[in-house]
Write a protein that binds this ligand. Sequence first.
Ligand code: GLN
Length: 485
Amino acid sequence: MSELHTKTLAELAGLLQGGEVKAVDAVRACLERIEATEPKIKALITVMGEDALKQAETMDAGGPDPKKPLWGVPVVLKDLLTTKGVRTTCASRILDNFVPFFDATAVTRLKEAGAILIGKANMDEFAMGSSTENSAYFQTGNPWDPERVPGGSSGGSGASVAAGQCFAALGTDTGGSIRLPASFCGIVGLKPTYGRVSRFGLIAYGSSLDQMGPMTRTVEDAARVLQVIAGHDPKDSTSVDEPVPDYLAGLGRESLDGVTVGLPREYWGEGLDPEVEAACRAAVDKMVALGAKTVPLELSLTEYAIATYYIIAMAEASSNLSRFDGVRFGHRTAHADELIDMYTKSRTEGFGDEVQRRIIIGTYVLSSGYYDAYYNKAAKVRRLLRQDFDKAFTQCDLIAGPVCPTTAFKAGDKADPLQMYLMDIFTISLNLAGLPGMSLPVGLGADSGMPVGLQLMGRPFEEAQMLSVAACLERNLAPMPRPKL
Ligand code: GLN
């Protein structure tokens, strides 16, 4: 079997541009790897094998194009990004037969940069979950231990990258769904500032929270993908019309002199598994050894973040998902007598339990009489949370903490939805505040042997600084091993 899959995206891109590797070889290497690993991890809902090979052959015939930074690089997309002519399910029965007629803007940009789409990744249905167990199709296994979850909701994307099935994947992060699976699978995952990347063609869950970003094996690879997908898009009114900086420029930094890292008390205390704390602490110590200063911080509203997030996310979800009515999209029941019956049965048959739970709660918190008590209150707490971060960033340049209180848990271990929601405690505040954050693999837990991710959080639109610090730290940590799959 080809060893190409062990390369990073940056290495592969170099080999492709230099003509040492053909696009067809890159695609074949990924397809071989998919064949070898899918029986164990089931990361992908759709594999575009033949189309990818055909496209690679055409590209090889023309030769590499130095203007295309991802020329010939195979990538995977979370299955809620619309792809022209390719089934897009959101891992839901209701969209089981949905074939979009347009590409998401990020997908168009990847294609324009020369990337080759090779698969659509499994996920929690409509991105609701933290383990990828809520997919209507199948569970995805963690490449480090297939009995454990890969995290969610972009668990298929995370598992696929970690298993070497592709060189980068796109995920989406509404409350941690890029960072959590990145942490559980031992890869890099970056959630950009809200507005940095166009959401056009991203099937919405919580529109004021959703943001798409790269999941890769190295920081440099994440920077390369972000460079391609970032930037204003007239088709998404929430995408910001600000210039995109050069994300690769600062990656060579040798020290962390002059960087102040804030350590929020609420992220480093009670409830944190000792093995996660130890690995994250060691990484922060390394940052200090490299010249960074640390300051203690308070993000005192952290305890309200879960309640606030789940009110806002469910409210927005109930509204966004109302378009799936069995008329315009997707599944329609075969057993309805009249219109209301048809809506009800189509939605009951089409949506899974977790999605229905959220639609019901979301509708409740938006209903007249409860709107002020829940939704409006949550919106106010959200504003205060952002102020907490703004204040914190007057004392530091970056905030560091764990991504999740634990490493990847066993499938079925968190059957109680509230237990599952608690996994998001360290990730959701960032979405409520609209800020950028990332997960960097910093080693394996001493007890579980599973990967641990350190979370870095930054000021709005300061992804470049975050990436440069992460790259410096990554270079100075012991190299992250690969899962033996
Ligand atoms: N786990 C969170 C939720 O279920 C976050 C999901 C996400 O970021 N898409 O809502």
